[in-house]
Design a protein around this ligand. Structure first.
Ligand code: NAD
Length: 262
């Protein structure tokens, strides 16, 4: 991809978001790291990324559960680096419970962070991309954007929504013929803090040990029987942001070890 593009990655102080930020920094982007903590630890992640890759990196704290913070993140990135060329909507949370016991507050939070934030950031960033004639939006969805599992009603609903939003965004940009693409990346299980945190919930919901959850719940639908890595999701995202992917738009790319082929 052309050097010096400005990339915003939501929820990028750990896990997949950080993996994506690393790959985009290595590819020559200026990168905006984000989470909702406004903490010294989060700022430290940005500083370390700059040291490790030599890229220009800024931290902008913003809570992706709030529309006004999503807009403030794009404004903050524009203040730091002048514009936003690449937007990776990655922030996401999970909660695992039967529908009848699913807390309403958790449903609302998952829909807000995992789905609505992608609308709010896209809404704030896409006009500038269209005006400048170059842009890439990558929405980190999930295998759960294409298929379902029990006990994940909010997450599956949000991720299916993200896949749909990606298609609409792609069509609107394609119609304007402005070299702006939008795609969804659909990981299967990736070993990150989010997955580690799910272990406890799954153990409780399924009455299983940690080893049983990994073998019988998490990787049971992964034909390769391996977790994907954050580096692999980062590499896929960086590819979608490159010139080689200029005609890839409105689609979903699975990085799931064959899960959705079954
Ligand atoms: P993670 O918990 O490791 O990282 C999530 C990041 O989002 C963290 O930096 C966290 O601080 C940030 N975050 C949380 N709430 C936020 C908020 N309100 N505002 C801003 N930032 C916030 O999770 P992960 O596993 O890296 O997941 C990242 C994305 O990938 C999520 O959208 C998730 O649904 C998706 N995904 C993960 C997997 C997996 O197996 N790990 C599989 C498919 C899809």
């Amino acid at each position: 991809m052309p050097k010096g593009k400005v990339a915003v990655v939501t929820g990028s102080t750990s896990g997949i978001g950080l993996g994506v930020a690393v790959e985009l920094a290595k590819a020559g982007c200026k990168v905006v790291i984000n989470d909702h903590t406004h903490s010294d630890e989060a700022r430290e992640v940005a500083k370390q990324l700059a040291v490790d890759t030599g890229a220009e990196v800024a931290y902008v704290g913003a809570d992706m559960s709030k529309a006004e913070d999503c807009e403030a993140l794009i404004a903050g990135a524009e203040k730091e680096f002048g514009q936003v060329d690449i937007l990776v909507n990655n922030a996401g949370i999970q909660y695992v419970e039967k529908i009848e016991d699913f807390p309403v507050g958790k449903w609302d939070a998952i829909i807000a962070i995992n789905l609505s934030s992608a609308f709010h950031t896209t809404r704030a960033a896409i006009a500038g991309m269209k005006k400048r004639g170059w842009g890439r939006i990558v929405n980190i969805a999930s295998a759960h954007g294409l298929t379902a599992s029990p006990y994940k009603s909010a997450y599956v609903a949000a991720k299916h929504g993200v896949v749909g939003l990606s298609k609409v965004t792609a069509l609107e940009a394609a119609d304007a013929r402005v070299n702006v693409t939008c795609n969804a990346v659909c990981p299967g299980y990736v070993w990150t803090p989010l997955v580690e945190a799910q272990l406890e919930d799954q153990m409780r919901a399924n009455n299983m040990t940690k080893e049983e959850v990994i073998d019988k719940v998490m990787l049971t639908r992964t034909p390769t029987r391996e977790f994907a890595t954050v580096e692999q999701i980062g590499a896929t995202t960086a590819f979608l942001c490159g010139e080689g992917a200029a005609q890839i738009t409105g689609t979903s790319i699975s990085v799931d070890g064959g899960w959705t082929a079954m």
